[in-house]
Write a protein that binds this ligand. Structure first.
Ligand SMILES: [Fe+2]
Ligand SMILES: [Fe+2]
Length: 258
């Protein structure tokens, strides 16, 4: 598979996550399960809120697909986690059981995505995010091709994603044909800009966490570790310490004072 230079960071991180870091694949699947459930809820909200009845059936089918993906990822996370160490298992399990994950990760807020964006930008959002999501899933499927169950799951999800990309693009083209070319372009640009900005924020947060871990590790290795070794080496033997005289029980002390 040929890789574009712009995609190299994603390939490198994905390879680390899915192939190298122990237990990370199960946790990642657990996180995906929440993301897909969040998308399902967004699509259900759009089903209710769209003023266009002809789009309701598509949004509803899309919602069902995303909720099914959430279940598939949850099951796969459980299967991968049970094959791992107790720590890996409990990390993935903690993510799966985190009822506040959608809010804490900013996946869903109090106002639905459809209401925030309006119909045109919502469709642009669906198209941009589904397209990128499908590319990522193709990459993960190729990295995990020796794990038949996981590869089959990604292939199944990719089929649904193709429908999501196709109908949202067709709707954007319909707007373009109706003379809203400029609005469609701006909606896509806004969505891409926001996505890039959020990606940048995530990257800086992750880098910050990694640097904090690195500095703490260095502090331990260079300062705390040597000091504890020196302290242990210069410790006086127990026999050299004067033992304190044994204290009489409280009742006896009270009698002596009387
Ligand atoms: Fe999905
Ligand atoms: Fe999707």
């Amino acid at each position: 598979m040929s890789v574009r230079a712009a995609d190299l960071p994603l390939h490198a991180v994905s390879w680390l996550v899915w192939k190298i870091l122990p237990g990370r694949a199960a946790t990642k699947m657990a996180e995906f399960s929440h993301t897909e459930a969040g998308s399902g809820l967004d699509m259900l909200a759009a089903t209710e809120e769209t003023p266009r009845p002809e789009l309701r059936a598509r949004y509803f089918r899309h919602a069902l697909d995303e909720l099914r993906h959430a279940r598939l990822f949850r099951e796969r996370a459980g299967a991968l986690a049970s094959a791992r160490s107790p720590q890996g298992r409990s990390r993935a399990q903690a993510v799966l059981e985190d009822g506040g994950y959608l809010a804490s990760q900013g996946i869903r807020g109090s106002e639905s995505l459809f209401r925030q964006l309006g119909e045109l930008e919502f469709l642009a959002f669906v198209w941009v995010h589904e397209k990128r999501g499908a590319e990522q899933f193709d990459l993960y499927a190729s990295l995990l091709r020796d794990d038949a169950s996981t590869a089959a799951m990604f292939a199944e999800i990719a089929r649904d994603e193709r429908f999501h990309i196709a109908y949202s693009r067709a709707e954007l083209d319909r707007y373009t044909k109706a003379g809203a070319t400029h609005d469609v372009r701006w909606a896509v640009l806004r969505v891409r800009g926001r996505r890039a900005w959020q990606g940048w924020l995530r990257l800086t947060r992750d880098l910050g966490n990694a640097m904090a871990g690195l500095w703490l590790g260095l502090l331990y290795l260079l300062v705390i570790g040597p000091f504890s070794l020196v302290a242990r080496a210069t410790e006086r033997p127990v026999g050299g310490i004067l033992a304190a005289p044994p204290r009489a029980p409280a009742a006896e002390r009270a009698r002596g004072m009387a």
